[in-house]
Design a protein around this ligand. Structure first.
Ligand SMILES: Nc1nc2c(ncn2[C@@H]2O[C@H](COP(=O)(O)OP(=O)(O)O)[C@@H](OP(=O)(O)OP(=O)(O)O)[C@H]2O)c(=O)[nH]1
Length: 179
């Protein structure tokens, strides 16, 4: 067995424990952990990514933002590189939503290649999820606004991974969203 497999299982286990009380916003209230696992799977199966640090960061990408996990905790458990990628894709939830969304568009241009990969897969997962079903309480307009905003973020990630970008472009085309 590759030495990377136990590490990947440790990472999944850590993320699952951290997100154990959280659910997605879909009508079925899907366990939240399905999202980070799905993002890592997109990177591996659709993006062709084998970089273990990127796959680990994908599994952990919402732990600092949405749970009590700290950067120092991730660094101690999984090392500085993984913790830094997670930090790069972490929104500051204390900021007003509009500002937070604008910062994502700005930061997309300047983050590391590894963080850009996680961002692309995160957006691809969330947009597919919106096509699958509408989160509870969301209007059709809010869904469309998310597509428009996501296109601005994805524009800043251009040149990161052709396969993932092509799939995102197709989703924007279907919604008639310019990018
Ligand atoms: N499509 C979809 N999204 C869901 C669902 N449940 C939770 N989410 C999360 O909701 C966020 C998008 O909702 P918004 O209202 O725009 O943002 P907010 O929750 O952060 O305020 C995304 O998180 P985020 O960390 O803010 O990601 P992103 O906006 O940075 O991509 C997404 O992962 C679901 O069932 N479907």
């Amino acid at each position: 067995m590759s030495s990377e497999l136990p590490l990947l299982l440790d990472t999944i286990n850590f993320a699952a424990e951290k997100h154990r009380h959280q659910r997605r916003k879909d009508p079925d209230a899907t366990p939240y952990i399905n999202h980070p696992i799905g993002v890592a799977r997109i990177l591996s199966h659709e993006g062709g990514i084998t970089d273990i640090e990127v796959l680990q960061a994908a599994l952990l990408h919402d732990t600092i933002e949405d749970t009590d996990t700290t950067f120092e905790e991730l660094e101690a458990m999984f090392g500085n590189k993984v913790a830094r990628i997670v930090q790069e894709v972490t929104d500051d939830k204390t900021l007003p939503k509009q500002e937070r969304k604008l910062l994502q568009v700005k930061h997309a241009l300047h983050c590391s290649h590894q963080a850009k990969l996680v961002k692309l897969a995160d957006k691809l997962y969330n947009l597919r999820d919106l096509n699958r079903c509408t989160p509870v309480g969301w209007t059709a307009e809010r869904v469309q606004e998310y597509f428009v905003w996501a296109a601005q973020v994805v524009k800043g990630l251009h040149g990161t991974n052709a396969a993932l970008e092509e799939k995102l472009l197709q989703l924007f085309k279907e919604r008639e969203v310019d990018i």
